[in-house]
Each structure stands twice: as C-alpha cells, then as structure tokens.
Write a protein that binds this ligand. Structure first.
Ligand code: HEC
Length: 478
C-alpha cells in the first residue's frame, strides 16, 4: 500500500537498476546529510543512554539498526519490514515521535534511504568526524526542544553538529589519583589530571564505551559496552609499569550492551550490568562468569560494590534496585522506585545506597537486610541524574544530570555543597579524585570538565577531539 505513495521505489533492485540507467533517477539519499539530522533533532533527545525508551538507543549505527525491545528497526533494502518506519507511520503504536508525527515527506525520505540499502556514510552530520550520532540532545524523556540552548535545541544547524565529536560517556579516576580514564566511541583516553594532557589512547572496544572501572589495586582497567542485540563486551587492560599499553583482553558473555561495570574491593572479582536484564559476577583472574543474577525483569542499568566488598547492588529500568550479599550472591533486599533507575552508588562508609531515577529523584537508602519502605532522604533534582560517584575517601559525593549540572554533596548526601554549571552539555559520567578535592565530568560535547570541589572553580576543560585516527568508522552500514 505504501507503494502507492512512493511508486518510484521498485521492489526489485534489478528492475530499478535498469530503469535508473536509462531515466534520470533521483539522487540517492545521503544518510549523514539527510537522515541523521532528522534523527538527531527528532529522536535522539529520548533515544539515548543506557535507559533509552523501548531499549532503543540511536547512538551508533549498530544501535540504529538493531532496534530495541521489539527487534530490528532497520532492515536494509526492506522498509516494509523495518519497525522504524512502522513507528513513524503509526502502524505500530505509539507513533514516533510521540505527539508530533514527522511530515510525510520526511518519512518518505527515511523509507527511501532504507530501500536504497540503508548505507551509513558517516555518523556525524554532515562530515565523517565523530563515530556517534550527535546533535540535539534535550533531556531524557522529554520532547525534543524543552532543553533549549542554541546549539542543542531542535534548531541546531548542521555546521554546529559538524564541530562536535563523540560524547565522553564514562569517566574513572585511578585509585592512586594519577590518571583519569575517559570513554568514548571505540576508545579510552588516559589523561594526566594535573596537566590535562591525553597520554594514551587505548583502542580495542568495538563500540561506545559506556562504563569504566579501575581495579581497587590500580593494576587493571576495565571498559564496558558492546554491540546492541549482539553481545556485551568487557575490555580488560593490565596497567603497564611504564610505557606502552598492550591490547585488552575481551570478554563477551552478555547478550546485550553492558551499561555498567564495578570491581569488588578486596577480591579478584568484578560485576557487569546489562540491557539483557542480567548482572554477571566475574572471576577477574580467569575471565569467567561466577554467577548470573536474574532478578530484574528489565534492563540492568547500574552495578556497584560497597567499599568493604560485602554488598553488591544493582539498579534496573524495572524500577527497583536490589541488594545482594557479595559472597553468597543471596538477594537480601529490593528498593522500589517511581520509575526506571539510571545510576547508583554506595557511600564511603558503605552504610548508604544512593539511587538515581527517571522520576528525577535522588534517593538515599539504608544498606540493610529486610524491607525498606521509604528512603532516608529524597532529593528532587529537577532533571534525571545520569551518573554518580563517591570519592574513595568517602567524604564527597557528586552527581551529573541531563540538565548539564554537576552537584557536589558531603559524604552523607545530607548537605548539598555546590552546584557546578559550567558544562554546556549533558553530563554522562562523573568521577572524583581519591581525596574528593576534584571532580571530572564527561559530557555530550566530547569534553572533560575538571572542577575544584571546594570552591567550585572550573579548573580545566579538555576537548578530546574527534574520534582518534586509530578508530575505524563503520563503512557502508552492516
Ligand atoms: C519524547 C520522547 C521520544 C521521542 C522524541 C521519540 N521517541 Fe521513540 N520511543 C519513546 C518511548 C517512550 C518508546 C517506548 C514506547 C513503548 O514501548 O510504549 C519509544 C519507542 C520507539 C521505538 C520502538 C523500539 C522497540 O523496539 O520497542 C522506535 C523504533 C522508536 N521509538 C523510534 C523513534 C524515532 C525514529 C524517533 C524520532 C523520529 C523517536 N522514536 C522519537 C519515546 C520517544
């Protein structure tokens, strides 16, 4: 039936091809110039991050094709089988974007791009610079446009988008304080926090790095991410005593992207949380899975160990956080929330669990066995918090939110100390120096921001630039 509206789309590429050679055919759709700007403007505000709606993130070519909960969104050459189109036309409900369907000619253009083979010529419009969809990034769960901001609102122009590079989606400060690791598209950058210089670029991850963690002894670095709908991926590096870094060891057990990774203090163990609804506990030495936690009924979005290594906590889009005894793997508690969870962290003493939720609340729970009806404290934050971290000394707590704010609290999360507003883009990752005196935030504009937590002064802004030369962009789609 759609062929009625788009008669120039031939079912057979062969016939099409022969027609094209005789008649003057319309030029092929160019993804980066014609489709990507629409996705950036109309979709990416919601469809991003580890808690993307419907499990559908548009942050990379792989994700764009893989789709979400309902499977493949783009079937190259077959717009009729691509659920992306069905959601745009309203054949599948709810019609996308919610409440403001795209003009028919825009839908036709996307349809034609799929029928022409869904080739990806670049993921940054209009040049092939970054490896990830960039552009308008309003707040999660809100219609595009609410966030305002000239370079980010729905009116963001192509030249603006072209200047941007891949977001910094994970940040981790090494236990000795000497390194800050920043995760981007297919690479981890290692910076000297004193000078802000990038000392190493570690290649290896096959997609966006969504979480980073140093082992508590500082001898290893883990980066997590993966290919949506295909496999989660952990890249493990041994920290060399000096000089060059070797290639990572790559571990793949999850069936979906890993959103979060954490090491267990005092044990050769780490845990991963995945969109495949499970959390895995790994033997870090052997690289094998020790335990599979299957208590969540939706994507697991965050995982953390208490500083004494006794407790393991998970957070999920299923609106709960769960607490486990790390030794036995026994589930001892479940904390109910008003919406999906995005982040969680244990306090320095390990007696508090802080959770971030899409209902825009930050909650502080007592870490204990048995039911907890209400959190100790709730902080309404205006917008959903995406990333949180305590300093290793436990005295400072920081979170970053989608409204581009970083907030600093005391170690009990009872006293709000400071609000840092210098970051012009969505904050994806925060990390504190071990002494809690500095905070680093990774942002959607591809930069790392460093502040002094005591006086709130912005110390440094480090642009990580476009994706490193070592990083190969996907050519021509899957
Ligand atoms: C205001 C936020 C918002 C915007 C903007 C938005 N979506 Fe969605 N999208 C959602 C939500 C929420 C769902 C989940 C709906 C459900 O399952 O009930 C969803 C689901 C989907 C799904 C189904 C994924 C799956 O497998 O379940 C597709 C495909 C999709 N959106 C595509 C798009 C495209 C393409 C655009 C831009 C043209 C867009 N969306 C814009 C919020 C949004």
């Amino acid at each position: 039936m759609k062929a009625v509206f788009f008669p120039y789309l031939c079912a057979s590429a062969f016939i099409c091809g022969s027609l094209v050679s005789v008649a003057a055919a319309p030029p092929r759709i160019q993804f980066s110039r014609q489709v990507l700007p629409v996705l950036n403007r109309e979709c990416l505000g919601c469809h991003k991050g580890s808690a993307a709606p419907g499990g559908y993130s548009l942050e990379s070519a792989e994700r764009l094709f893989a789709g979400g909960r309902h499977g493949r969104a783009v079937v190259p050459g077959k717009s009729g089988e691509s659920s992306l189109i069905k959601y745009l036309t309203g054949e599948l409900k709810p019609q996308m974007p919610p409440g403001k369907p795209l003009p028919l000619d825009t839908v036709a253009l996307i349809r034609r791009w799929i029928d022409e083979g869904a080739k990806i010529d670049g993921m940054t419009a209009p040049t092939e610079q970054g490896g990830i969809l960039r552009g308008a990034m309003p707040m999660k769960g809100l219609p595009a446009g609410r966030a305002g901001g000239a370079a980010h609102g729905p009116g963001a122009s192509l030249p603006d988008a072209a200047k941007q590079s891949a977001p910094v989606t994970a940040v981790a400060w090494s236990p000795d304080g000497k390194w800050v690791a920043a995760g981007g598209y297919r690479a981890v950058r290692l910076l000297d926090p004193e000078s802000g210089s990038v000392l190493h670029t570690l290649a290896g991850p096959s997609n966006q790095v969504l979480s980073l963690a140093w082992s508590p002894d500082g001898k290893r670095l883990a980066a997590a991410g993966g290919q949506p709908g295909v496999a989660g991926e952990v890249s493990l590096w041994d920290v060399p005593p000096s000089g060059a870094w070797g290639p990572p060891r790559v571990l793949k057990e999850h069936r979906e992207t890993i959103s979060s990774i954490a090491w267990r203090p005092g044990a050769a163990e780490f845990a991963t949380a995945s969109l495949d609804k499970t959390a895995l506990v790994w033997d870090a030495a052997a690289g094998t899975v020790k335990r599979t936690l299957k208590d969540h009924v939706d994507a697991v979005t965050a995982v953390a160990y208490s500083p004494d290594g006794k407790w393991l906590a998970t957070a999920s889009s299923d609106r709960t956080a769960k607490l486990y005894q790390a030794d036995s793997g026994a589930k001892v508690n479940s904390f109910n929330h008003g919406d999906g969870l995005t982040a969680l962290a244990f306090s320095g003493k390990g007696d508090l669990l802080v959770t971030a939720c899409l209902d825009k609340q930050v909650r502080v729970w007592p870490v204990k066995v048995g039911t907890v009806e209400n959190p100790l404290r709730g902080h309404g934050e205006g917008e959903a918090v995406d990333a949180m971290a305590f300093s290793a000394d436990g005295g400072t707590f920081a979170w970053g939110a989608i409204n581009r704010k970083v907030r600093i609290w005391n170690g009990e999360v009872s006293n709000h100390k400071r609000e840092l507003n210098d970051c012009p883009d969505w904050v994806y990752g925060v990390a504190l120096s071990p002494d809690g005196k500095r905070v680093a935030a990774g942002a959607g504009d591809g930069k790392l921001y460093f502040w002094n937590t005591e006086d709130g002064k912005l110390l440094r802004t480090v642009p990580l630039g476009p994706v490193a030369a070592a990083v190969v962009l996907p050519a021509g789609g899957p």
